[in-house]
Ligand binder design. Sequence first.
Ligand code: ATP
Ligand code: MG
Length: 235
Amino acid sequence: MLVQTAALAKRFQMGENVVTALQGVDLAVPENAFCQILGPSGSGKSTLLHLLGGLDRPSQGSIQVDGEPIDRMDENGLARFRRQKVGFIFQSYNLITSMTALENVSFPMQFAGIPKRQRKARAQELLERVGMADRADHKPGELSGGQQQRVAVARALVNTPRLILADEPTGNLDTASGENIMELLAELQRDGATVVMVTHDTRLTKFSTHQVHLLDGRIVPSPNGKPKKSRSRSR
Ligand SMILES: Nc1ncnc2c1ncn2[C@@H]1O[C@H](COP(=O)(O)OP(=O)(O)OP(=O)(O)O)[C@@H](O)[C@H]1O
Ligand SMILES: [Mg+2]
């Protein structure tokens, strides 16, 4: 398993009250899966992704990613884990508005100590991969939503992450741009990455190998009673 959680729980203290965002989550995502997380608003989907990516800490339970016990890591360990193994793609593209597409993609590589020329070459290669090479010098404000999301995908790929976490990556996009991003994610999965994606869009089900339904912070059986199993793929 690339991702394995046991009895995972997350509670938020809100003044006098405690909000239980996740409880008793036992999740297993095999290597190279395309796992779709479904569930109503407030069911804990984003919270789960944050925990899997080491952006937040569980209240209880354990998380293993690629053999690493991330619930037991300190902040430095988590920062290293995120940098080496995880690519994040969110609904809001989180691009730096004052930087060009190329600069946005090369920026995270600074922290990995990669020399400038190499950063630029790698960023260019990734922009090509997402079909954005001809917009490398554009700033986010000079790009469409779909184009900005493709730049964000390129940026998520700089360190060739083992795990790609996507939180409604197509939520702000028109149908064609959304399909484009999904196909890109499916391609990354075919190339060996494991993708865990939150989406409300059931049309995207054709891309997934696994589905997980959340309700009130727990994993529940699929509403239609037919949990999707891993399908075999030719390589
Ligand atoms: N930082 C926080 N502090 C307090 N409560 C939080 C925090 N983050 C999430 N919650 C609560 O935890 C629950 C789960 O939130 P989460 O964002 O994971 O839901 P979601 O399934 O992603 O919903 P949506 O589909 O609307 O994005 C909600 O009740 C939310 O109010
Ligand atoms: Mg959410």
